[in-house]
Design a protein around this ligand. Structure first.
Ligand code: ATP
Length: 319
């Protein structure tokens, strides 16, 4: 393996830069050329590729986003686009590719792998929706952002005696809601994995008010009903003034937490090692604090398990 490429694809996630740094430095340490492919799979199609050196990745470990940019590429999903990408890989002499992204990006990696390109995937998405790995890079930073928002909203919520619904990301996976709800002491956590019972949410609010609680925080994963309709319905049923905050893209940015930087560094290092060992079509993951690899095909088929136990604990602690 003489030349490796790296690209970031799909939604960005804090910690991608730390992983890019790890891949570039590990590659150069092992006497390889490391090429950065810009804007996801579009860069492979257009040949938007630059060679990296040690200083290309200086001063980025603490920065959110991705210095090599990301994109969603429709063209890559066509046979014509794929052929262009394969040509570019050949022209640039890229022997192996490391792909940072979520499950869509991993499907792209699998397609390339089926066409004979050695690929390794690193899980980067704030949603933590990939079942084969305990955590994806960016998840804990997003949780920190939400917890910080909860603290601020709690202050104003208490002053006015209001309830607040905070809508967070995680359309198909309630982990951001669950982890931030537990860490922020939310009164109710609403996730796609559990049925929403508005009456139960209201009952908790009324019980809280009756024992003197000045405020209540409800964390709602996006896509589980409409935050404004839920707020209206809570006000009608409880007579408690209820406000909505939709956090949106703020959850995707910011300086990565130490944990995300460490996992990104370990995974980036491992991905290069795997290519050097001649492995291909694999994903890097973390299980019980061990970095490991698994075939992409299998990784994509592991269903994400919702942590029911943690959900129950959060519910008990917020009575
Ligand atoms: P996020 O979790 O942040 O959404 P993602 O990696 O799942 O990240 P997607 O938009 O699903 O994001 O995929 C990113 C890109 O991967 C797509 O724009 C496309 O270029 C490529 N891709 C997705 N699915 C496939 C597929 N089945 N075959 C080939 N390429 C794919």
């Amino acid at each position: 393996m003489k030349t490796i490429g790296i690209l970031t694809s799909g939604g960005d996630a804090p910690g991608m830069n730390a992983a890019i740094r790890a891949v570039v430095r590990t590659g150069i340490f092992n006497k390889m050329k490391v090429m950065a492919v810009k804007q996801g799979y579009n860069g492979l199609i257009n040949g938007d590729i630059d060679e990296m050196n040690l200083s290309s990745v200086a001063d980025i470990i603490h920065r959110g986003g991705t210095i090599i940019r990301t994109a969603r590429s429709e063209e890559f999903m066509t046979e014509k686009g794929l052929k262009k990408a394969l040509n570019v890989i050949d022209v640039f002499g890229i022997d192996g590719l490391i792909i940072l992204g979520g499950d869509g990006s991993f499907r792209g990696a699998q397609t390339l792998n089926e066409r004979g390109i050695a690929c390794v995937g690193i899980p980067c998405t704030i949603d933590n929706d990939m079942g084969y790995t305990d955590y994806t890079i960016g998840f804990f930073t997003a949780v920190e952002t939400v917890v910080d928002a909860i603290s601020k909203i709690r202050d104003t919520s208490a002053s006015h005696g209001r309830a607040n619904i905070i809508e967070v990301m995680g359309r198909r996976c309630g982990d951001i809601a669950l982890y931030s709800g537990m860490a922020g002491g939310a009164e109710s956590i609403i996730v796609p994995e559990e049925e929403l019972d508005v009456d139960k949410v209201c009952k908790r609010l009324i019980q809280g008010r009756n024992r003197g609680k000045l405020h209540s925080i409800i964390i709602l994963a996006e896509g589980v009903g409409n935050a404004y309709e839920l707020s209206k319905s809570i006000e009608e049923k409880t007579d408690i003034e209820t406000r909505v905050t939709i956090l949106g893209h703020i959850q995707r940015g910011g300086t990565p937490t130490a944990f995300d930087r460490i996992v990104a560094s370990r995974m980036g290092f491992k991905a290069v090692e795997l290519l050097m060992e001649g492995k291909s079509g694999v994903a890097v993951g973390i299980k019980e604090n061990k970095i490991y690899s698994i075939p992409l095909e299998e990784a994509l088929n592991v269903e994400k398990a919702f942590d029911e136990k943690m959900f129950d604990i959060a519910r008990v602690l917020s009575i």
